[in-house]
Ligand binder design. Structure first.
Ligand code: 1GP
Length: 245
């Protein structure tokens, strides 16, 4: 079954969790360990990507270790056209909708399109919108950040993504953000569209996971919490439990 069909089948029935692993942040062995414990904690997929460019060999070896260690499906979340692995199960073929730089909106996509098609990998078109504070991805992606409380602009971006035919939208506060996107802003965006909504950035506690989930996130992404935890299992389990209950 395609990952997008799994996501659509889960929508409205059960919440999904994705663990973000940045190949630039650790060895592929350590990435495998994170993925194994994330899977034990109940995470559904491993997202592989980040803002720091790494070679496709490095992405390949991270994907391999993650699959071997966890058995979970891997989804590429590429920061550029170089960060593509033929070994992953799917790729978020995404556009950073609120970038000032055309390369993040359509440049990397054009640069990689024929290669991605030749891989035969599942592609999931996704609109990516970066909110304040944006952190590294806001800077690197040259985003005109959407205000945390700007419900109108948030709704307008996701509605545009849906009208353009994108299958998912991702509301991003930035990895390591001190706070996640406010629930009211997530709710407004959710109410504007019928495609699944991913929310990530700054979610580190069960309360935060529950708040964004109640506000309408169909999928919650966490990254930093597992990267920094002394026990990934102990820190992720309550977060995923809060999300799924
Ligand atoms: C970044 O939304 C993700 O793309 C994850 O953010 O590292 O803050 O969990 P955190």
């Amino acid at each position: 079954m395609k990952i997008i069909d799994e996501i659509l089948a889960a929508k409205g029935r059960r919440k999904l969790h994705m663990t973000l692993i940045d190949p630039a942040s650790q060895t592929s062995e350590k990435a495998g360990n994170i993925a194994r414990e994330a899977g034990m904690a109940g995470s559904d997929y491993i997202l592989i990507g980040g803002s720091t460019s790494v070679s496709s060999d490095m992405v390949d070896s991270t994907v391999n270790e993650v699959k071997k260690a966890s058995g979970l499906k891997t989804i590429l979340f590429p920061g550029s056209n170089e960060m593509i692995s033929r070994k992953a199960d799917a790729i978020l073929f995404m556009s950073l909708l609120n970038s000032r730089n055309i390369k993040f909106i359509m440049g990397y996509q054009v640069a990689s399109s024929l290669f991605v098609k030749s891989l035969g990998i599942e592609t999931i078109p996704m609109g990516y919108v970066v909110f304040e504070p944006g952190m590294t991805v806001g800077k690197v992606g040259e985003a005109n950040l959407v205000g945390r409380d700007d419900k109108k602009l948030a709704s307008s971006y996701v509605a545009a993504a849906e009208l353009l035919g994108m299958k998912l939208v991702y509301l991003e506060a930035g990895s390591g953000a001190p706070q996640h996107i406010p629930p009211e802003t997530i709710r407004a965006a959710k109410n504007a569209i019928s495609i699944p909504v991913i929310v990530g950035g700054g979610i580190r506690t069960p309360e935060a996971a529950e708040a964004v989930s109640r506000a309408g996130a169909d999928i919650v992404v966490t990254g930093t919490v597992a990267e920094r935890a002394s026990s990934i299992l102990d820190s992720l389990t309550p977060i995923i439990k809060a999300l799924k209950e």
